[in-house]
Design a protein around this ligand. Structure first.
Ligand code: PLP
Length: 470
């Protein structure tokens, strides 16, 4: 190692010498020797390369010690951290979608630190099934005969198609061949599931007779995809699900509905637009329904498959189910979230996602009024902080055309439009660099913080003193 540096110019201390330094020994005793030794080597390597490039004098020992400390801290700093989602999109896929209720977090902690009866039947002492912890409550809430759960809704769709339609044809309306953010495309999933997509109808209009004409000897099932993230307007027609189910049953085929953002409750009761529920899909004749755990349901990432007992049993037997199964942490959280739905009256109080979605514009505005002077103080001279009306989105592909009235704190550079772009980027960066990063949006020549999802006002205010707009 020592050979790497020129023996004629021993400008940098050796690894051993640095490791024996009191401050480095201190680091080792706290963080362990391997990590600190690596950090020492990396810091020396970097310094050696800089010297080779002839970038001035070698750093002194003080400086090297400082770099070692920074390096160790960098390696240990978690990459995945909590942030404030002030983007105005409540169920933001890039920001982790639904915030879990406290009850679900408690359940995760309770079963994760030790052994649990994950696949063990406490009554008989025999092997159990992880679905046992969750199937009954899902069936109670959806009216389905049976239910199973997998890693996410994309997995649910993949698994259902692979189980029921491998090497067979699946007719789907051209108007429903959707792409969901993050590269989930129905045609691609079909291919990977081993089935042949049979496009039916046109982009804007599909009729029952189109489906009828597409049904042949190798048709496996009929499928409807809830086009949750866009809306076709104007001269349009889709086949209603009950008609599609009827047609499927007349041909002895199952009808599968991918709901996407399934909600268990009537959102209209909370002043939100209607979104179809699994119970409605089943009532209109669907044999299997799939939906996400972390969209409107407000739970952890998961895919839920509900419907006919014989079909769910087939899905469970598919070897892919083993590859897509849920971990105990997710099962604990998901089962808890479903149980909270048994008491609909307390949902908005207990479920953070629903609480954010139903928060009143007046309450959000009052929050904005309290925060405005604090924020103005924190950003300092050169910026103006206002309270603007805005609209939040539900997000995660749900109900994209329905916007929720909200209030935002908007920060505008006093420079006028010239140079505003750079000032706004600096502002956004400064907010991202806070101890708990604040994620806003740049729009209309302003940095905008929609306060709909801000729950911990005190924590937000407290860290503003760290804000440094350079
Ligand atoms: C969101 C969505 C999916 C994918 O669900 P994930 O849980 O994100 O995997 C599939 N289909 C539809 C219609 C969706 O809206």
């Amino acid at each position: 190692m020592a050979k790497a540096a020129s023996p004629a110019r021993p400008v940098l201390p050796s690894v051993d010498r640095l490791l024996r330094h009191a401050s480095v020994e201190g680091l080792s005793s706290v963080h362990g020797r391997p990590l600190v030794t690596d950090a020492v080597r990396e810091v020396l390597d970097t310094a050696r390369w800089a010297l080779k490039d002839d970038k001035g004098a070698a750093p002194g020992e003080e400086e090297l010690l400082r770099r070692i400390e920074v390096r160790v801290a960098d390696v240990l700093r978690p990459s995945l951290v909590p942030v404030f989602n002030l983007t105005g999109t409540v169920l933001h896929t890039n920001l982790g979608r639904a915030a879990l209720p406290q009850e679900a977090l408690d359940a995760v902690i309770a079963v994760s630190g030790g052994a649990s009866n994950l696949e063990y039947d406490l009554d008989t002492g025999r092997r159990g099934d992880r679905d046992d912890h969750i199937e009954e409550v899902i069936c109670r809430l959806t009216g389905a005969e049976a239910a199973t759960v997998v890693n996410n809704n994309a997995a649910a769709v993949l698994l259902v198609l692979n189980t029921l339609a491998m090497r067979k044809e699946v007719p789907v309306s051209r108007g429903q061949l959707i792409e969901i953010g993050g590269a989930f495309r129905i045609p691609d999933i079909m291919k990977r599931a081993g089935c042949k997509l049979c496009e039916v109808g046109t982009t804007n209009r599909t009729h029952l007779k189109d489906f009828e004409a597409a049904i042949g000897p190798s048709t496996a099932l009929l499928m409807a995809v809830h086009t949750s993230n866009y809306e076709v307007q104007g001269f349009t027609a889709e086949v209603p699900e009950d008609k599609l189910a009827d047609l499927a049953h007349r041909h002895d085929l199952p009808c599968v509905v991918d709901l996407g953002s399934g909600t268990l409750i009537d959102l209209e009761a909370f002043g939100l637009p209607h979104e179809p529920t699994p119970a409605e899909a089943i009532a209109s004749g669907a044999d299997l329904v799939t939906f996400s755990g972390d969209k409107l349901l407000g739970g952890p990432q998961a895919g839920i498959i509900v419907g006919r007992k014989d079909l769910v049993a087939k899905v469970r037997k598919n070897p892919l189910k083993r590859a897509l199964r849920l971990d105990k942490m997710t099962i604990a959280a998901l089962a808890t979230v479903f149980r909270l739905y048994l008491d609909p009256d307390r949902l908005t109080e207990r479920m953070p996602a629903l609480r954010s979605l139903t928060r009143s514009p007046d309450e959000i505005r009052a929050l904005a009024e309290r925060l405005q002077p604090r924020l103005a103080d924190a950003v300092g001279d050169g910026f103006t902080v206002c309270i603007d009306d805005c609209h939040s989105q539900i997000g995660s592909g749900a109900l994209p055309v329905d916007l929720l009235p909200s209030a935002a704190l908007t920060v505008r550079p006093d420079t006028g439009r010239r140079g505003a772009g750079r000032a706004l980027k600096r502002l956004a960066t400064a907010f991202r660099q806070l101890p708990q990063p604040v994620i806003g949006r740049i729009q209309n020549d302003a940095f905008s913080l929609d306060l709909r999802c801000l729950e911990d006002e005190a924590a937000f205010v407290d860290q503003l003193r760290h804000l440094s707009v350079k």
